[in-house]
Design a protein around this ligand. Sequence first.
Ligand code: CP
Ligand code: NVA
Length: 313
Amino acid sequence: MTTHFLRDDDLTPDAQRAVLELAQQLKSGAVAPRPLEGRAVAVIFDKASTRTRVSFSVGVHELGGYPLVLDSATTQSGRGESVEDTVRVLDRHVAAIVWRTYAQAGLERAAAVSAVPVVNALTDEFHPCQVLADLQTVAEHCGGLAAEGPALAGRSLAYLGDGANNMAHSYLLGGVTAGLDVRIGAPADYAPDPAVVDRAHAIASRTGGSVLVTTDAREAVDGVTAVATDTWVSMGQEQEAGDRESPFVPYRVDEDLMARGNDAVFLHCLPVYRGLEATAEVVDGDRSVIWDEAENRRHAQKAVLLHLLGGLT
Ligand code: CP
Ligand code: NVA
C-alpha cells in the first residue's frame, strides 16, 4: 500500500520523531542523500504560495530530483479534468505528488488512486508540512528532541486566532503526536472542528500530551514554551475579510501576551500581517523564530519525502 502524508496524524509519534531527527541531520549536513536522482516530483498549486513553492522546489533539487511545479491555471485541471484522471497521468511520471488545494476531500481522492506518495502542501483543513517545520523549530530553540518517545514531551504550545483554520487543526494533531500540551485560544465562533479536537484528545491520551480549547487568550498562553498565530483571513476566505477582524482583536499576539509564556518563542507560518494577528514588536522581536521556521520547511519536507520513499537509501 502506498503511504501518504495527508494529515499530521498520518505519522505515528515514533515516525514523527524519526522524521524530525532526520530533518535535523539534513539541516546540519550530517547526511545529504540524493535518492531522487533522475526522478521528478510534481508540486501542484491550486492556491498561492511563496514558502511552499520555494522549499519543495529547492528540497527536491537537493535530493537529486526535478521539481515539476504545476498549477491549475495552466493545466487541464483548471478546465475540469478530474483529480483522479490528473493523478493517473502524473503517477506514471513522478516519484511523489505534492499538492496544495482547497478541500481535504480532494486530496484524499487523489491519494485513493495514486500509485506514488501524495503529500499535503496545505488544504483548507490541514497544513501538516508547516507544523513539522514548526516542531523542528521548537526543538531547536527549546531543549531539543526527546531521545525516545514523543518528540517534544513536556513542552507546550499555544495557538491564538482562527481556531477553525488549517494551522489550528494541524497544531492540534501534530502537536499532541509530539507529546505537546496544545492550547487553542480562539473566539467561540471560530473554534476547531470537534472531530479534530476529539482525535487530538485520543492521541494525547497515548503520548502524554494534552489539549485545551479556550476563548481566554491569557489562559492559553500562561507558562507556554511557544506561542503561535496565523492570519485571520485564510486563502479562500477573502470575501469574509470584513467580518474577520473585530472578533480576533483580543487574540492579537502582543508583548503582554508573550510575557505570560515561559520565555516563549514566537511562531508564525507566514505570510504575517503586522498589527493584525501579531504586533510588529513581537514579529520582529528577539523571541521570534519565524525565519528559522521558514527555513525548516525545506529540511522537514525533505525528511518527509525520504520517509515516504523508503528512507535514506
Ligand atoms: N507558510 C506557507 O505555507 O507559506 P506559503 O503560503 O508562502 O507557501
Ligand atoms: N491559514 C493560512 C495559512 C497560509 C500559509 C491560509 O490557509 O491561507
